[in-house]
Design a protein around this ligand. Structure first.
Ligand code: DAH
Length: 346
């Protein structure tokens, strides 16, 4: 029964060595030493020839071999896991992508000016109106005291859809529409919008541009109200230092009519190339609503009076931001729009 002891010894030695192994390699060496073909446990099988109870020997052999194998396997698993974890830690891969650049949008200078104009007038109690861009001759001309044979029509030739329908040449038809809607009630509105004219396209002219129409109707409205309103608008838009000047002019729908100039922001009124040496820059047309226009739209001109004005939006934007060519507003050139952002924030 010596072999039992031998097996016990082999198992205890090999187990001890396995427990002492601290790397996979050392563990593999233990396996080779005891369980390879010529390993110390494997070769024990040869002794089976010398024993009588071959079954008991076989069992003891198997038991010894299986026990060591189990120990080696479990330890190997622990080592492998540790090794994998160690490798994983070392091989940490950054799977995130760089963030994408975020391009912040900004408001186009054209719309920025419209918003500013709206804010100024809303602050004075005005409401915003809208009107059609495809307009009837009736509103665009007739109700504004520009009958079909009137020479003022020549200045506002436009794109006709048919005999009586055209792309509106100014925002003034909104005056007639608003009066028609309000019938003998006070009115205080502005209306920004696109207008169209047959025109050469150059640095200061475009076949399409934009205006803001203003209309105030109430009892006892006078020229002083108009002047005070426009002065306030100009100071808010171009700075407190700006002065205004009213020059007498002519529009069929206003009586009296004026052109409004502001003191040049470039030379402060001294005279420079921007104001052509005059110290003044023209920015809008205005006047007291012609009583004929009030009457045509159903207002009693003995009770009501009003003033109106029409401002060129691009012109205001060009003066405000120092833009040299009206066509830049429509070309959608990103370089222009980007350079403008800096300019506004300066
Ligand atoms: N409609 C005029 C134009 O396009 C501008 C204008 C002048 C509008 C005087 C008005 C006004 O309301 O009172 O040239």
């Amino acid at each position: 029964m010596d072999y039992i002891k031998e097996f016990e010894e082999l198992l205890s030695n090999s187990t001890k060595e396995a427990n002492e192994a601290s790397t996979l390699e050392e563990l593999a060496n233990v396996r080779i030493k005891y369980l390879s073909k010529k390993g110390l446990i494997s070769v024990m099988i040869n002794k089976i020839r010398e024993v009588e109870d071959k079954k008991a020997f076989g069992e003891a052999f198997k038991n010894c071999k299986d026990s060591l194998e189990a120990i080696l396997n479990s330890k190997q698993e622990v080592f492998q896991k540790a090794k994998i974890n160690e490798e994983l830690l070392k091989e940490k891969i950054d799977i995130t992508l760089n963030g994408r650049d975020f391009h912040e949008g900004n408001i186009n200078p054209f719309f920025k000016i419209i918003r500013e104009i709206e804010d100024i007038f809303i602050g004075m109690g005005y409401t915003i109106e809208d009107g059609p861009e495809v307009e009837k001759d009736h509103y665009n001309f007739e109700l504004l005291n520009i009958p079909s044979d009137h020479p003022a029509r020549d200045m506002q030739d436009s794109f006709y859809i048919d005999e009586t329908t055209l792309l509106r040449t100014h925002t003034s038809p909104v005056q007639a529409r608003v009066m028609e809607k309000n019938q003998n009630k006070p009115v205080k509105i502005i209306c920004p919008g696109k207008v169209f004219r047959r025109d050469d396209d150059d640095m200061t002219h475009s076949h399409q541009f934009a205006q803001v129409e203003g209309l105030v109707i109430d009892k006892n409205i006078n020229m002083g109200n108009l002047k005070a309103t426009l002065e306030l608008f100009v100071k808010k838009m171009f700075g407190e230092k700006r002065e205004i000047r009213l020059r007498s002019s002519y529009f069929p729908f206003t009586e009296p009519s004026v052109e409004v100039d502001i003191s040049c922001m470039n030379c402060n009124g001294k005279g420079c190339s921007m104001c052509k040496g005059t110290g003044w820059i023209e920015i809008l047309g205005a006047g007291m609503v012609n009583p004929k226009v009030l009457e045509m739209s159903g207002y009693d001109s003995n009770v009501y009076s009003g003033f109106a004005f029409g401002i060129g939006i691009e012109r205001v934007a060009m003066l405000r931001y120092g833009i040299d060519d009206i066509r830049r507003f429509y070309q959608n050139d990103i370089r222009f729009l980007n350079s403008f952002v800096k300019k506004v924030e300066d």
